[in-house]
Design a protein around this ligand. Structure first.
Ligand SMILES: CC(C)(COP(=O)(O)OP(=O)(O)OC[C@H]1O[C@@H](n2cnc3c(N)ncnc32)[C@H](O)[C@@H]1OP(=O)(O)O)[C@@H](O)C(=O)NCCC(=O)NCCS
Length: 148
């Protein structure tokens, strides 16, 4: 069970480096930090940058990255903790962010486990490229209840 969510800031970015280093298999499909170097200026574009812990063990990573007007989601679960419900937990945490109304992601066409997770969470395929899909999620704004 995730019992701690650590927000990544300037002074603890090294935790992401450690997590990536410890999980070479998951990194094959999560290549966000291969195309970008981890830096304070990169994280400034993020609405959320979180590491998720069970006790002292880092289980997963998730972010919402704002690129111009588009919010992109990124997620990675530790190699040893896949298929245990953590991806689902992290997705719920990211998509429940109240400050966004729409979230995009890109996923390799061959990454069937991630695609299944995204479809389950309500993402829809909106574009197909040669080897990736672009998917989009609309954050539903709940109308205030009659009691409020
Ligand atoms: C994709 C990823 C985040 C899924 O996380 P996870 O913790 O393993 O997923 P969960 O255990 O929470 O599973 C949630 C749902 O995802 C789908 N799913 C996850 N792994 C699956 C698998 N191996 N086969 C089929 N479906 C799978 C299922 O729909 C599952 O729901 P269910 O258990 O009710 O069937 C994880 O595998 C991962 O980090 N992969 C490497 C990095 C990556 O691919 N990141 C995404 C880049 S776009």
């Amino acid at each position: 069970m995730i019992d701690k969510i650590v927000q990544i800031k300037e002074d603890n970015q090294f935790l992401i480096k450690e997590f990536l280093k410890a999980n070479p298999v998951a990194r094959i499909n999560f290549r966000y930090f291969e195309k970008r170097s981890l830096s304070t200026s990169l994280l400034k574009n993020h609405i959320v940058t979180n590491l998720y812990y069970e006790g002292l063990v880092c289980i997963g990573y998730g972010h919402l990255d704002k690129d111009q007007d588009i919010i992109w989601l990124g997620i990675m679960v530790s190699d040893k903790h896949r298929r245990m419900g953590f991806g689902d937990f992290i997705m719920n945490d990211l998509i429940s962010n109240k400050d966004v109304d729409s979230i995009y992601l890109s996923v390799d066409k061959i990454n069937l486990s991630a695609i299944k997770l995204y479809l389950k969470k309500g993402f829809k395929m909106i574009e197909e490229k040669s080897d990736i899909y672009i998917m989009r999620y609309f954050v539903t704004i709940q109308p205030p209840s009659a009691a409020e």
